[in-house]
Structure formats: structure tokens, C-alpha cells
Design a protein around this ligand. Structure first.
Ligand code: DP6
Length: 325
């Protein structure tokens, strides 16, 4: 009745941005990500007969309110699957993802929670089944089940039974590096959940985003297979720009970018003009992630440190999928 699992965050190279079903968390397009090393959540779940409700502790603090509700509602799905609807749990999570890094810790959080809870309650799930359940906690989390590159297949069915992630290439396939560039100016941003909803409901560019995604996905998969850095980088950067463009055409319009975000984006373009291969991607926040190859790490770090708005750079690479401790 007790299990501990560890899951890493992932960074999307083809973004998930839009739901066709908010309750079941079904996306409007496939997405593709790289699971990262060293940025993870470790979660222990213990089901206990004597409990009358779940108890959730994150980094040593008891969690209540909306965050607690999201966890306990997610556990309801697992309880239902196991046919043990009145069995509650103690959940202990530890986030080893610097909050400032702007990685969605909900991805590592829900992946670790799904893995630990399903194991503790006695469900013996395949990776595919685990990914499908994890999706219900947070969409992007369903990709963190796997190490290396993973694709979340949107599926077609209304019940979501064909919407889950599959592995594309293992972590040792290609030593692609990621630098998370942390910026000084923080702005209270629209959550990814609210941002994508507003985009789906009102963005004049949403249709174009959805329609152009299959070609990006096809191309990036070829690029990953061939370890073609420029192909992968160009597609990932363009896909990110398209995602962010949809927010500008939403009603009311919004953006996750700040002037510091723009400075880093421009610096990456300058790096390329100077013969340094680097590309960027950005999620639902101001921080920028750079894609690069190991031999350029030092040069890229030097260039980033020259930007006064940069407070920290966190380096990562391909990481492993779910592990049980
Ligand atoms: C911009 O997975 O956080 O990071 O399913 O509502 O929990 P919910 O959304 P979430 O969205 C992630 C959006 C993104 C792109 C991505 O990771 O693919």
C-alpha cells in the first residue's frame, strides 16, 4: 500500500497548447518533448484504511486549497480504476525543480504522483496506461513517463482512451543539451491552463496553429532520428513562436514575454549569426530555454552571462523516465 516514484520535468519542442476536452484533458494537437535530467519530483504515496481524507505534504508543508483539490481529485481517478473508492492516502512530495526555473513542476509532480499512487494501490499499469492516467492530472505530465524524447498522441476518441504518450527515442540516442535561462523580472503570468483556454476560446490565430502542427511534428521526428540539430532547432523555435503568437490574438490579448525574454531571444539569433548553433523555446512564462550541443556549452554560457537580465543558467540534458525507489 506504499510506493515511492521519481519523475523528471520535460521540455516541449512541439508544444501542447489547446484542449478539446478540459475535463478529460484531451489536446487539440500532438506534442513532443525531451525529458530532462536532474529536475525532478519524488513522491511517496501510502494508502491507509484509517484515513478519512487524503493528506498532502509538499516540501514538508501541508497543502490545502486548490492545489490539494487537484491532487485529491486526481487520486479519485486512480481509486476508481482500482475499485477502491474510499481508500485515502498520505502523499509526501519533494520538488527538486527550482521554482524560478520556469519549468512546469506540475509535469514531474503529476507523473511521480500517478506512478507512486497506482503502484501503491496495486494497479499494475503498462507505460501506456500510466501515461493515459497521468494526463488527467496535467497534460504535459503524460510525457514525463518516458526518458528521452516522447510524443503525446492526441488521439481521436471522445473518452480519451487513445490519448497518451509514447517513446520516440531513448535518452542515449542523442546528447542534446538544454540551458534554462532564468531572468530577473518576474511578472504574474496567466497559468498555462487559463492561457490555453483563452486561446482556444478566442484567438484568431488558433486555427492556424492547429493546422500547422502536423508538419512540424513530422519534421522534428525526422530531425531527431537523424540527430539533425539545425532541423530540430529550427522547427522547435518556430513552433514556440507560433504558440506564443496565438496569445497575442486572444481576447483579451496577453503574452508571456517580457523585455528580458526578448533580449535573450535576440541574443540567440545573434549567436547563430556568429556561427554558434543555438535555438530557443519558451513555455507559459518569461524564461527562455536554449537548445545546444555539448561542444558549444562554454561559448553559449559566456554569451548568456553578458546579458544583465540573466540571473542564473541551469544546464540540463536528456533524462530518464519514471523510476521507483
Ligand atoms: C506551454 O500541462 O501545464 O508548457 O494540462 O492544463 O495542466 P494542463 O496544462 P500544462 O500545459 C503545458 C503547456 C506548455 C507546453 C507543453 O509543455 O507542451
Amino acid at each position: 500500500m506504499k510506493a515511492t516514484a521519481k519523475a523528471n520535468v520535460n521540455i516541449a519542442l512541439i508544444k501542447y497548447w489547446g484542449k478539446r476536452d478540459e475535463e478529460l484533458i484531451l489536446p487539440t494537437n500532438n506534442s513532443l518533448s525531451l525529458t530532462l535530467d536532474g529536475l525532478y519530483t519524488t513522491t511517496t504515496v501510502q494508502f491507509k484504511e484509517e484515513l478519512t481524507e487524503d493528506v498532502f505534504t509538499l516540501d514538508g508543508e501541508k497543502v490545502t486549497g486548490v492545489a490539494f483539490k487537484r491532487v485529491t481529485e486526481f487520486l479519485n481517478i486512480i481509486r476508481k480504476e482500482a475499485g477502491k473508492e474510499s481508500l485515502y492516502a498520505e502523499i509526501n512530495s519533494k520538488n527538486d525543480v527550482p521554482t524560478a526555473a520556469g519549468f512546469a513542476s506540475s509535469a514531474s509532480g503529476f507523473a511521480a504522483l500517478a506512478a507512486a499512487a497506482s503502484k501503491a494501490i496495486g494497479l499494475n499499469l503498462s507505460d501506456e496506461e500510466l501515461s493515459r492516467i497521468t494526463r488527467r492530472g496535467s497534460g504535459s505530465a503524460c510525457r514525463s513517463i518516458y526518458g528521452g524524447f516522447a510524443e503525446w498522441q492526441m488521439g481521436e476518441k471522445d473518452d480519451g482512451s487513445d490519448s497518451y504518450a509514447v517513446p520516440i527515442a531513448p535518452r542515449d540516442h542523442w546528447d542534446l543539451r538544454i540551458a534554462a535561462v532564468i531572468l530577473t523580472d518576474k511578472q504574474k503570468s496567466v497559468s498555462s491552463r487559463d492561457g490555453m483556454k483563452r486561446t482556444v476560446d478566442s484567438s484568431a490565430f488558433f486555427q492556424g496553429w492547429v493546422e500547422s502542427n502536423p508538419a512540424d511534428l513530422e519534421g522534428i521526428k525526422e530531425g531527431i532520428k537523424a540527430r539533425d540539430f539545425h532541423k530540430v532547432g529550427e522547427i522547435a523555435e518556430a513552433n514556440c513562436l507560433k504558440m506564443h503568437a496565438t496569445t497575442l490574438a486572444a481576447k483579451p490579448p496577453f503574452t508571456y514575454w517580457t523585455d528580458s525574454t526578448m533580449k535573450v531571444m535576440q541574443e540567440v539569433q545573434k549567436m547563430r549569426a556568429d556561427g554558434i548553433p543555438a535555438y530557443f523555446t519558451i513555455d507559459a512564462g518569461p524564461n527562455v530555454k536554449l537548445l545546444y550541443l555539448p561542444e558549444y556549452e562554454e561559448t553559449i554560457l559566456e554569451r548568456l552571462k553578458e546579458i544583465s537580465d540573466v540571473t542564473e543558467v541551469i544546464l540540463s540534458r536528456a533524462g530518464e523516465g519514471i523510476t521507483y525507489l
